[in-house]
Write a protein that binds this ligand. Structure first.
Ligand code: PRP
Length: 215
């Protein structure tokens, strides 16, 4: 039997995903084992392989078929914009993509001013401002701690993920506009979906049944 390879997003999502797999009787715990530098965990009995990757790399592994399946946030799926099948909303990792800034920046959005927007998600920011709002802005791609940008004067607003809102509150910022809701999704390589349809469909069905019981 050919291995089915599953790419997991490193960090918060990975823990939740492994818990979920555990509940349907799939042991993938070795993928999170901190005592080893081994990168790929194989479950020989079920013919599954798991590995952890940085969020934006998960759609890349799946698109090229190096992984059959990926578990990744919807934010990353939209930003990377690869041809993949999005087959399941896993319901966890719930948060929102938002335009945020100090309350004083609200007027720039209302007036449609040519402001600067700092973000880890330049494609999402571009689609939102240029595509949906028809507001010309300058997008500045950053790599983390985006909330810093309006505080130190790099940009007027940011486009970023808001989960609890505590990072914003602690930094005197607020949600100004909501772009879209987010959560963890399962994506599948388009060729794998045909070649391994039975096994993948069975996995999706079992995950769906488990999710229906509630988290
Ligand atoms: C994310 C996001 C916000 C924060 C939101 O950052 O970019 O900074 O979480 O969460 P909250 O609403 O619960 O405060 P992450 O921790 O992933 O790190 P990063 O700043 O390096 O992107």
């Amino acid at each position: 039997m050919r291995y089915l390879t599953i790419a997991l997003t490193k960090g918060r999502l990975a823990n939740k995903t492994l818990e979920l797999f555990e509940r349907i009787g799939v042991d993938a715990s070795g993928a999170l084992d901190k005592n080893t530098r081994k990168l790929v965990f194989t479950n020989e009995e079920l013919g599954l392989r798991f590995f952890l990757a940085k969020g934006p790399d998960v759609p890349t592994y799946v698109y090229y078929g190096a992984a059959d399946i990926g578990i990744v946030g919807r934010d990353t799926i939209i930003e990377e914009n690869k041809k993949l099948y999005e087959v399941l909303d896993l319901g966890y990792g719930k948060c929102r993509m938002c335009v945020c800034g100090p309350a004083s920046a609200r007027k720039y959005l209302e007036n449609g001013d040519t402001i600067r927007v700092a973000t880890k998600y330049p494609n999402i920011a571009k689609d939102y401002f240029l595509g949906r709002k028809h507001q010309t802005v300058e997008i500045i791609k950053m790599n983390g701690s985006i909330e810093l940008a309006p505080i130190v004067g790099l940009s007027e607003v940011i486009v970023d993920i808001v989960e609890t809102g505590s990072t914003l509150r602690e930094n005197g910022l607020e949600v100004l506009e909501e772009v879209c809701p987010l959560s963890a999704r399962m994506v599948v390589n388009q060729v794998s979906m045909k070649m391994e349809n039975e096994r993948i469909a069975d996995l999706i069905r079992r995950l769906k049944n488990e999710l229906a019981k509630g988290i």
